[in-house]
Write a protein that binds this ligand. Structure first.
Ligand code: PGA
Length: 247
């Protein structure tokens, strides 16, 4: 079983989201795969309502604020996302951290509210190219995981996504060896926090320039349990090709 997730970022309004769903060939995807799409907030309810009727695509929110309600113009809460039909929440995506300046502490608060709201958190971790060149991959991804680990471990279910910042939207992909190293590092840390059998059931997704042509090779890497796809998830055909190639 693999988890194949699409992060649409700031693409696909409600009508385009519904067009995607009608174009998406769910029968081409092995039934053992779990499919998740993270649409924009404006498209989430339309997509979640439509998918309840006729699709196996689950829906998640790309980001939430760390309070449940209040005077926070422009923000949305985890409980609202759940009410609108989301089941998952991406937290700590590289663009949140590096474009919007989100800190480790803020990702921790967000994981806390996501878990208490009953959404399944998908915590994203990953190093910048400078950190990689400085030999800091392990240190960075463990730090990003550890700030949220207590909350994650208290949740009935959570996922982790390893997304090296230098591979996101650049066309550069981590090699299967890079992915194995990072995913193995995360898995060993999860084993220390949870029992080994429990840790082995936490899906660790790879993200960063995943395409139909590299999905199979990445999925074969040890400890890679699924894929988080950005650009190539916007097109229904390429997203179903990725899901089909994932094994
Ligand atoms: P990409 O994005 O597939 O376009 O590199 C991945 C992501 O940001 O989740």
């Amino acid at each position: 079983m693999a988890v194949i997730a699409g992060n649409w970022k700031m693409h696909h309004g409600p009508n385009e989201a519904l067009d995607f769903l009608s174009d998406f060939d769910v029968d081409a995807v092995p039934s053992s795969h779990e499919l998740i799409v993270f649409p924009s907030n404006l498209s989430l309810h339309a997509l979640a309502t439509a998918e309840q009727r006729d699709s196996r695509v689950q829906v998640g929110v790309q980001n939430v604020y760390w309070e449940d309600s209040g005077a926070f113009t422009g923000e949305i809460s985890a409980s609202m996302a759940k009410d609108a039909g989301a089941a998952f929440a991406l937290i700590g995506h590289s663009e949140r951290r590096h474009v919007f300046g989100e800190t480790d502490l803020q990702t921790q608060w967000k994981v806390d509210i996501v878990v208490s709201s009953g959404l399944v958190p998908v915590l994203c971790v990953g190093e910048t190219i400078e950190e990689r060149k400085a030999g800091l991959v392990e240190e960075v991804i463990l730090r990003q995981l550890e700030v949220a680990l207590d909350s994650l471990c208290s949740a009935p279910r959570f996922l982790v996504a390893y997304e090296p910042v230098w591979a996101i939207g650049t066309g550069e992909t981590a090699t299967p060896e890079d992915a194995t190293f990072a995913h193995g590092t995360l898995r060993r840390r999860l084993e220390r926090a949870l029992s080994a059998p429990h840790a082995s059931r936490v899906p660790i997704l790879y993200g960063g320039s995943v395409k139909p042509g590299n999905a199979a090779e990445l999925m074969e890497a040890r400890d890679v349990d699924g894929l988080l796809v950005g650009g190539a998830s916007l097109d229904a055909t390429s997203f179903s090709q990725i899901a089909a190639a994932a094994g």
